[in-house]
Write a protein that binds this ligand. Structure first.
Ligand code: NAD
Length: 288
């Protein structure tokens, strides 16, 4: 791999930005990686582990002279960060983000950006339940999809260049419309997280009755199923607030299916349960 950008500015130094920094170094994709984060503690940790070539106190300093700027903060912070950096962006620079929701981020960030930059929103479909600057690792994006959602009229060369960066980071890259992205992610990620959070809440309620049994016997499904419920609460609050329509749509369908299963259990309709599980098992086995 060769250098794709001279100077990349990472705004927010958590799991995703940290992993991008590691992956860019692994591939030699940027001449200089500049990073910044809101809290001095995060900046200090990033400096201690040598996450970037340079850490700046402000986002304005970080983006100065950068040809790629990556917004890797929680979705609710994107608009304020965009407004903050806008006057300092270099002409011809590309601004991207890694937010888990696309329509709302585009609506929040786009209006702040000057005409002389390219805005190519993106979302790496990779993550863990960990957060913060120490949680990043170079392999996070390997063989995982990154979806780019460039608005109409975006310079194809800017999109292509960003695509090459993600490929260099190990990712498979595809373009998608932002509204379709948000619906797909509501099914594959957002609603499953909500259900996992709910299951932990139910277990916590039950703990008053069963004491430590939930922990003791958690190997039987609960542990695997709820791993994602350990994810960052700020990030997930923002995901649901900003992907409201799609998650409510999928949640409505989920509730219908759940009620149908509930009814089958109540009425002893084993055929319904068996057919349903047979169909879903076949689908699940088709997913690697
Ligand atoms: P993280 O919590 O590990 O890191 C977030 C970073 O943003 C931290 O450096 C924090 O200091 C900084 N930050 C928080 N609030 C800020 C504010 N108001 N202003 C400036 N900086 C602020 O989070 P992460 O998992 O790296 O997520 C970052 C983005 O990536 C989010 O938009 C999220 O939707 C997206 N994303 C996350 C995952 C995942 O699984 N974690 C996957 C794909 C995309």
């Amino acid at each position: 791999m060769s250098v794709i950008y001279d100077r990349v500015a990472l705004i927010g130094l958590g799991l995703i930005a940290g992993s991008i920094a590691h992956a860019m170094r692994r591939g030699g994709l940027a001449k200089e990686i500049v990073g910044t984060a809101r809290s001095s503690e995060t900046r200090a940790i990033a400096a201690e582990i040598n996450l970037c070539d340079r850490i700046t106190e402000t986002a304005a300093e970080a983006v100065a002279g950068a040809d790629l700027v990556v917004l890797a903060v929680p979705i609710g912070a994107m608009a304020a960060v965009a407004a903050d950096i806008a006057p300092h962006l270099a002409a011809g620079a590309t601004v991207t983000d890694v937010g888990s929701v696309k329509q709302e981020v585009i609506a929040q960030v786009g209006p702040h950006l000057p005409d002389h930059v390219h805005f190519v929103p993106g979302h790496p479909l990779a993550g863990t339940e960990h957060s913060g600057p120490r949680s990043g690792f170079a392999e996070l994006f390997d063989n995982r999809y990154t979806l780019l959602t460039p608005p109409e009229g975006t310079d194809p060369a800017a999109t292509e260049r960003l695509k090459n960066l993600w490929i260099g980071c190990g990712a498979l890259v595809e373009e998608m419309d932002p509204d379709h992205h948000d619906l797909v992610l509501a099914v594959t990620s957002h609603t499953p997280h909500l259900i996992a959070y709910t299951m932990v809440g139910v277990a916590d309620d039950l703990r008053r009755v069963t004491d430590s049994e939930v922990i003791k016997y958690s190997a039987a499904g609960f542990r695997d199923f709820t791993r994602i419920a350990a994810s960052d609460p700020t990030m997930w609050r923002d995901v649901f607030l900003s992907n409201k329509d799609a998650t409510l749509e999928i949640l409505g369908r989920f509730t219908e299916e759940l009620f149908a299963l509930q009814r089958a259990i109540r009425t002893g309709d084993g055929e319904h349960l068996h057919d349903y599980f047979t169909r879903t098992r076949a689908i699940r086995r088709g997913i690697i």
